[in-house]
Design a protein around this ligand. Sequence first.
Ligand code: ZN
Ligand code: ZN
Length: 266
Amino acid sequence: MSLPPDYHMHTPLCRHATGEPEEYTKRALELGLQEIGFSDHAPMPQDDFDNWRMNTGQLDEYVANVRRAQQDFPQLTIRLALEVDYLPGYEDWIRGLAARHPWDYFIGSVHYVSDDWAIDDPQKLSEWKHRNADEVWAVYFERLAQAAETGFFEIIGHADLPKKFGHRPSRDGAPLYEKFLSAAKKHNCAIELNTAGLRKDCREIYPSRQILELAFQKGVPITFGSDAHTPGEVGMNFADAVQLARQVGYRKCCRFAQRNRDLVPF
Ligand SMILES: [Zn+2]
Ligand SMILES: [Zn+2]
């Protein structure tokens, strides 16, 4: 059976990825993938919000780049998407982004637990020293549940990102995960198995098996994403992700076209 779609890939417009969409596409074809989706970091209303995303003025260029890959490689299904940061108060901005192009899906991600701290930013790693890991995990999952509740997102990205550098909660996170996953189920959000975690200090797919088992019990569907920031990362460790998903009980994953969901075997 072929590998599931890789729905999480970046482009150089976000300023910390390398390789043009054509190169990601070629790598996907080499691996025998049948479907991919570009989901680069969406702009924020302030272009200087941080330094790891495209500017608002580059959004049309991004879409044109993905469209060019679609035209040049008709043998591969290529979806047009965004990874959108969810912060409370940005709902109107996200609604506006959604209206600007005929996106196939939005990945909603929480990177910020406050307006000025992205927990996964290597340049802000020292901030963890001043924070209590339990509090960070609690705020993070509260925001993740809020993101699901907005109904803006087909997929919630890397659902346990706070583990990236190895910061773990001291108590069982199950109550946090339960609340988030109930919101995801209620608002038709899938969660992604994101293999980038295997390349980080935590050395583990996002999310953990515990969260994935709870998600399966609740009937929350899944997608797969490499979170590739270079062409060589496309589809990376997908065999591991497929194995984990199947062990937990999943047999189908989501596809999205024009924000409509379809479940397919993997
Ligand atoms: Zn990135
Ligand atoms: Zn992300």
